[in-house]
Design a protein around this ligand. Structure first.
Ligand code: NIG
Ligand code: FE
Length: 417
């Protein structure tokens, strides 16, 4: 089965070979081939070029031609940070915040992550799977063609495994790459309140080996934050996880910056996510490292907290990735189009930088850059076909609307999981 797109107004993020991490000024240099063609064969990107060099077609059999006049083709979004598996929404907390309570005050009253953990304890694996599948399906329609999904609303051995088994089933049924992250250290459960170190020990000595034993997670994560887990506790987890070949993707600097980024970088973390607060030493630590900083602007928007200082990060020559943080507490949206728009509007990223951050760099934040995040020969044809647009910048400019005409997964129009 061959599919040939012609007259594409702009073919975005197309490379001859999978691109590496894009850092600093490179992030703005997103390749866009104007007036392009793209060939897909058996679900895989075969070739592309400018319409000036329209390919000579010798064999028309089984060839479908799609006229993309006025439309753009982009690699699908890669969402490298989600909490897609959860039992219930938390709009009561949303109303409480509108009335003046902060995220931390709500958590201190037993709301927040512990609220989600109580609800998840009562939900069956089947219910969790069905609801997460529905969310993933809706997000693929919004252009997300790779996901990371975390546990972290279990906080007991059994419930963390339950969440990760749901993620395993999602990996099996979803037609896009899915990476799983074990987030046992998301919050200290009520039963360990007076002895958080004992909980860390339980996570590291009991949960982590069980997770690894079943091969349920690719990465580990912890909420490194005042009132949650310290840098020392996070370091213990990261070191223990190394023995199982699992790298860290750590929630850090959401509300306070106290040097946790350096700890994560030195422990070889794959990514440090949030970074709404950032000190100069965080930048210094990230320089020369292979740890990807990840910003989550929809979380800042929803909670009314600062946005990750993207300009400081990029202008220091560092890379940056963007992700949704989709979760019931701080970001009940997984729409990556909105993430890209917020990055431009609120973080002063150029459209090219934001698209790079949500595709190429995001794929590297999940170690899937060889087959996701860009258009290159040999990659699965997981792509966004936009509606007719006057320019690529129109995508984040006309925010809050859906400019996607179709999403292609493995070269086929996506019609549901
Ligand atoms: O990334 N900050 C920690 N974890 C999530 C929020 C979890 C929740 O409130 O349920 C986040 O924002
Ligand atoms: Fe998160």
């Amino acid at each position: 089965m061959k599919l040939l797109f012609k007259n594409i107004k702009g073919l975005v993020g197309a490379f001859d070979a999978p691109p590496g991490v894009r850092s600093g000024a490179e992030m703005d240099q997103l390749p866009v081939i104007e007036h392009a063609w793209l060939a897909v064969e058996d679900g895989i990107i075969a070739d592309f070029g400018s319409m000036e060099d329209w390919p000579g077609i010798s064999d028309w059999r089984g060839l479908e031609i799609e006229d993309a006049d006025g439309k753009y083709i982009l690699p699908g979004w890669v969402d490298s940070h989600t909490h897609l598996v959860y039992a219930a929404s938390r709009e009561q907390e949303f109303e409480d915040r509108i009335k003046g309570l902060t995220y931390q005050e709500i958590a201190a009253r037993g709301g927040g992550i512990l609220n989600s953990a109580r609800k998840l304890a009562d939900a069956s694996e089947e219910e969790l799977f069905e609801s997460a599948l529905k969310r993933a399906d809706a997000l693929i329609r919004f252009g997300t063609t790779a996901f990371e999904i975390k546990s972290g609303y279990g906080l007991t051995l059994e419930t963390e495994l339950k969440m990760l088994r749901v993620v395993r089933r999602l990996k099996e049924v979803l037609p896009v790459p899915v990476r799983a992250t074990f987030l046992g250290m998301h919050a200290v459960p009520e039963s360990y309140k007076t002895n958080p170190d004992a909980y860390v020990k339980h996570v590291i000595e009991d949960m982590l080996p069980a997770v690894a034993d079943e091969g349920l997670a690719d990465y580990v994560d912890a909420f490194l934050e005042d009132g949650y887990f310290s840098a020392a506790q996070t370091l213990e987890l990261l070191r223990a996880a190394t023995a199982y070949g699992m790298k860290g993707k750590v929630h850090v600097n959401q509300f306070t910056a106290t040097g946790g980024v350096r700890t994560c970088v030195e422990a070889g973390a794959l990514s440090v996510d949030h970074l709404e607060e950032l000190i100069d030493d965080d930048i210094a630590a990230l320089k020369g490292s292979s740890t990807m900083p990840v910003a989550l602007p929809s979380c800042s928007f929803f909670l009314g907290i600062p946005y990750t200082p993207a300009r400081r990060i990029i202008d220091a020559g560092l890379p940056l990735a963007l992700a949704s943080d989709n979760n019931p507490g701080s970001t009940p949206s997984g729409n990556m189009n909105l993430v890209v728009a917020l990055a431009c509007i609120k973080m002063k990223m150029t459209p090219a930088e934001a698209i790079t951050a949500a595709t190429i760099n995001a794929a590297h934040a999940l170690e899937i850059g060889s087959h996701a995040g860009s258009i290159h020969p040999g990659a699965p044809a997981n792509m966004i076909l936009t509606e007719k647009m006057p320019s690529l910048a129109y995508l984040p400019y006309a925010f809050g609307e859906n400019h996607i005409e179709r999403v292609y997964i493995n070269g086929k129009v996506y019609e549901g999981a």
